[in-house]
Design a protein around this ligand. Sequence first.
Ligand SMILES: Cc1ncc(COP(=O)(O)O)c(C=O)c1O
Length: 361
Amino acid sequence: MTDINRFMRRELDKFVGYAACKSPEALDRETRAMGILKLDANENVYGPSPRVKAALASFDDAHIYPDSCQTELRKALAVYTGVAAEHIVAGSGSDQLIDLLIRLFVNPGDEVLTATPTFAMYKFFTELAGGKFVTVSRDDEFNLVPEKLIKAISKKTKLIFIAMPNNPTGTQISVDAVKKIIDTGVPVVVDEAYYEFTGQTLAPELDKYPNLMILRTFSKWAGLAGLRVGYGLLPVNVAEKLDAIKDPYCVNAAAVTAARESLNDVDYLMGNVKLMISERDRLFNALSSIKYLKPYPSAANFILCKVKARIALQIQVVLERRGILVRYFNSPQMENCLRFSIGRPEDTDRLIAELQKIGEM
Ligand SMILES: Cc1ncc(COP(=O)(O)O)c(C=O)c1O
């Protein structure tokens, strides 16, 4: 009998994959009956624009392949971002663009550099491509120290990833600090997944730096995480190469429709972003009042907390039994941590009430 394992790539033997969030479908019926409050994946609790829902309800193009050049979407993104369409490539979530950029730049044995803790998909796709994931640690408050990162650049460094702001810590980095890193000449990917929550972007610098690449997504501000739309603002030569190596139909027709309608309803969606930003402040204060938690300031739509003198995993399990899903971390530098996505005011109240009850246990 053929052992099919023998034919697989040996370097993937130890590849463990990405620990994705638990789907509410995986929870038992009793828990689901409580009403699931999903605060584990930094989604947008307000959901998409009503224009998206209306357009999808009458969507009639499922049998037609989408435009492989994404002409309409890229034109609309040019208006939204102020960056010409020839610099823009869309993908199935910014995750896919992270993958494609790594495939474009990284040969087996090449290095991808970042400051950890950070977004787990950078490591995932680097290792999948046979690259070496090289990291420097952030400081005690999770700030990226540019000098430390620059020191770690080697001849094999092909890409540097900087999440601005960073996930899972929420930490922001200044534009000037990022520019110091770009000035090294090494290709730098600035991941602006949470741009709409900060207004801080490197987009106006795109013409100055041939080694600057920016990634954005519709998952957070526009509430389209389930439809998977991301885009890159890139030097034209990189955009052309990505276009050549990407799956032509990588953004499906329903997703293109949803992205277009989101861009037609920016004011509405940004209203929800504003609500989440003010709720973030309220959640931060409420978490600070809980003795066993240390929240870290966040520029994104979530707050990371260190759990003191208690076991974070147990708290996550108790919350899950009560219908609240939160993200648990226990890795170097992120020992015993929980991350809470920002919800509506009533979601904050429900979460805080449960955390207080746990405090009394
Ligand atoms: C920093 C960062 N980059 C990229 C992504 C991926 O976004 P998308 O849903 O567009 O794949 C996330 C999602 O959480 C993120 O936090």
